[in-house]
Design a protein around this ligand. Sequence first.
Ligand SMILES: Nc1nc2c(ncn2[C@@H]2O[C@H](COP(=O)(O)OP(=O)(O)O)[C@@H](O)[C@H]2O)c(=O)[nH]1
Ligand SMILES: [Mg+2]
Length: 198
Amino acid sequence: MRAAVVVGGVNVGKSLLVVNFAAYCGQRGLRFQPLDRYAASPRPWSLGEARRQLVSAGPHAILAVQGVAVTLVGKGGPRTVRLWDTPGLVAGVAGDPAVRHAMADALAKVAQADLVLHVVDVARPNCWGEADHAVAEWRAAATPYTVVANQMDRPGAREGLKHLRRQAPGLPVVPVSALTQQGFASLRRAMAASLPVD
Ligand SMILES: Nc1nc2c(ncn2[C@@H]2O[C@H](COP(=O)(O)OP(=O)(O)O)[C@@H](O)[C@H]2O)c(=O)[nH]1
Ligand SMILES: [Mg+2]
């Protein structure tokens, strides 16, 4: 199955995007598949349970890299893709070994993915940080790469979006709100355009 990896800083809305976008694509229950090396079985969650388990305003709620399969209805037919949720990237080397391992898992997924969805919280000042710059510089030319400008429902997001476009010139940007699902139709179109039909 094709892989779309969702990366970005801490608390930008990656997990809420994964859960709500899967719901938008018609998933009613989510079977999260952890990375193979954890040899764990898929976690079946309702949408509400997945939000409770994964979405949090605190730092690094969940360190696991785990994915959920979704079917994108698009031009020419459906595309099945696994959306991989990852822990937030930070600049520098994390002191906590669990965070360091999680970071390495996340970057390994980015290196293998068929599509990278790089999530940014545009309602935050200076939303394109050092780690964002580093990852985009590393992979944007090598693989289909879309910057997801999230949290468009919040005050200041429009200015943040302009700032982001200046900071990341040449990268495709799709503005969305993972909370209200605004922009999800455009996101699905952008994803379908980069993935082969099943
Ligand atoms: N208003 C608003 N809040 C959001 C949005 N996306 C995420 N959040 C909130 O931001 C916090 C972090 O979200 P989460 O998905 O856990 O971020 P992650 O660390 O990147 O996975 C949670 O409190 C979410 O409810 C959004 O588009 N709009
Ligand atoms: Mg998360």
